[in-house]
Design a protein around this ligand. Structure first.
Ligand code: MSP
Length: 518
């Protein structure tokens, strides 16, 4: 793989980020870090979606100008991603000047091509969804099923995009690329939605929606949310209708675009149609993840169960985000819903990261110091009975990531940790030392340390800080590419001193559980 481009959905800035937004960004960051271990050039794009009626209304309720309101909230997203070590290369805001300018040009190009036309329209508009709904999509009481609110009846002359023109081409693409939509069971849903697709409104009267990008040459219309929002993926990279930047040519099309299942339709139909209309290459995969619930209940402001990711870190006194990253990234099988609970979070990270993984390294290094003054002797190195399992784990972790099975890959890593723990218990190096079988004892410890280097590389995308701390104590280069791993990096000589052995992760205090919502 020469290059790897990954993008996330851009979040609405009408509030602060919650754990659902964090789930997506962590998932993306873990995938990004894994593929960065496998290719030379990688790029991670994220950002915020700042236009539309929702922002216009919420900013007014907060007595702020829309721009000030967006600035304030966009910063909260940036701060949260920083706290979670979400290592993006670029953060685009749809209010960025470059984005605004190019969206206008894209719109204009589609008008010139005849793919955008003006049309009088009466429709049902849901502000929560920021889209028009069909009457057959509503509940029996005439409410939006997602927001349980009555949509507004909007009568306007709008610009429309000829989505129907691309219907057959999109269906063909989905059918001939079975791995385009991940997980593949969602492809049928999209094909069904395509059946009933109509041309879509892509502008709003400025008199109704003033917080939007004006249509070039038509001050009375502003570009409505989706053309603006979806184009971010290419405007951010420097796409231009005349001549695009090197970064755009280097990275587009995206290898994978990560989104929630609720916005799959917009990406697999609207976005693909826009790209086809612009004659641009399509992304290789759309990864539609599931939803995160809290204690098995949907998160909502009215239930008061909205969880802030930095709130969880504070409540549990976490200095590094690794436990939360690990927990969230392995919260659900690919594309399925997952759940957050304080109790489960604490139990899982204590069991996997502290008891199994951290402890294994700590006690192995401590025994090396106790029995051998921290030295590896030549006779300790030889055939490592764990090597094949370690190499097989690398292979299956890569395989799972090829299918974006992030939870499943984590399971494989923990299985290797468990196997190595069992190897230590079965071979009891402390008994070997007592029986003065020092070479056997040294061999066991060295074998474990070799495997720990592999584990540190594999766990790095999930837990970058813990992995770095492990690698430091193992004198291992954490930046090694996965293809270069041999499970033989531990060399003869002095390995570690007692004072340099530190626990890589301390158990989360049980008394702190259940505090994240307070
Ligand atoms: N602005 C649009 C996306 C435009 S992309 C060109 C949007 N914003 S959002 O803030 O509502 O959602 C951003 C992302 O967070 C979406 O992918 C959405 O699915 C995801 N999530 C929001 N709540 C979520 C959960 N509770 N759980 C998991 N992901 C969720 O949609």
């Amino acid at each position: 793989m020469e290059k790897f481009l990954i993008t996330t959905a851009i979040d609405y800035v009408n509030g602060a980020p919650h754990i659902g937004h964090a789930y997506e960004k962590i998932l993306t960051d873990v995938i990004f870090r894994h593929f960065s271990q496998r290719c030379e050039k990688s790029y991670f794009l994220t950002g915020t979606d700042e236009h539309g009626i929702k922002i216009q209304k919420t900013s007014a309720q907060n007595n702020m100008s829309p721009q000030d309101f967006c600035d304030m909230n966009a910063q909260k997203f940036k701060d949260t991603w920083k706290a979670l070590d979400v290592n993006y290369n670029q953060f685009i805001r749809t209010t960025d000047e470059q984005h605004t300018k190019i969206v206008q040009k894209i719109f204009h190009k589609l008008v010139e091509k005849g793919d955008i036309y003006k049309h009088s329209y009466t429709g049902l508009y849901c502000t929560g969804c920021e889209c028009f709904l069909n009457s057959k999509d509503l509940t029996e009481d005439g409410l939006c099923p997602d927001h349980m609110k009555k949509p507004d009846v909007v009568e306007e002359e709008n610009y429309f995009f000829k989505l129907t023109k691309y219907k057959d081409a999109i269906a063909k693409h989905i059918k001939t690329h079975p791995d385009f939509i991940v997980p593949s069971f969602r492809a049928n849903e999209v094909l069904n939605q395509l059946e009933n697709i109509e041309d879509i409104s892509v502008s709003r009267a400025t008199s109704n929606v003033s917080w939007g990008i004006p249509v070039l040459g038509d001050d009375e219309q502003s570009i409505y949310v989706w053309i603006d929002a979806l184009s971010n993926y290419i405007t951010a990279l420097g796409y231009d209708t005349d001549s695009s930047s090197n970064k755009y040519s280097e990275f587009w099309p995206a290898n994978v675009q990560v989104i929630g299942k609720d916005i799959l339709k917009f990406h697999s139909i609207y976005w693909i149609a826009i790209l086809m209309a612009l004659d641009l290459p399509l992304p290789e995969h759309l990864l539609a993840h599931g939803w995160i619930t809290i204690d098995k209940t949907k998160m909502s402001k009215s239930l008061g169960n909205v969880i802030s990711p930095t709130g969880v870190m504070e409540a549990f006194g976490l200095e590094i985000p690794d436990p939360l990253r690990y927990y969230m990234a392995s919260a659900a099988p690919c594309g399925k819903d997952g759940n957050y609970s304080d109790e489960d979070f604490k139990e899982k990270v204590n069991a996997h990261l502290a008891n199994s993984m951290g402890n294994l390294l700590n006690r192995t290094l401590s025994m090396l110091v106790k029995y051998f003054d921290g030295n590896i002797k030549p006779e300790f190195l030889g055939k490592n009975v764990l090597k094949q399992s370690a190499l097989d784990t690398i292979k299956s972790v890569k395989h799972h990531f090829d299918y974006f099975e992030v939870q499943e890959a984590a399971q494989k890593i923990i299985e290797l940790v468990d196997l190595t723990n069992k190897y230590v218990t079965d071979n009891a190096p402390w008994t070997l030392a007592k029986e003065e079988k020092m070479v056997e004892c040294g061999v066991v410890l060295t074998n474990v340390l070799q495997v720990m280097t592999v584990i540190s590389s594999l766990i790095y995308p999930y837990c970058p800080n813990i992995a770095k701390a492990m690698a430091e104590q193992l004198s291992y280069d954490i930046n090694s590419k996965l293809d270069d791993i041999t499970c033989e990096s531990v060399k003869v000589g002095h390995f570690i001193d007692k004072e340099n052995i530190k626990p890589v992760f301390l158990r989360i205090d049980s008394e702190l559980a259940d505090k994240s919502k307070k």
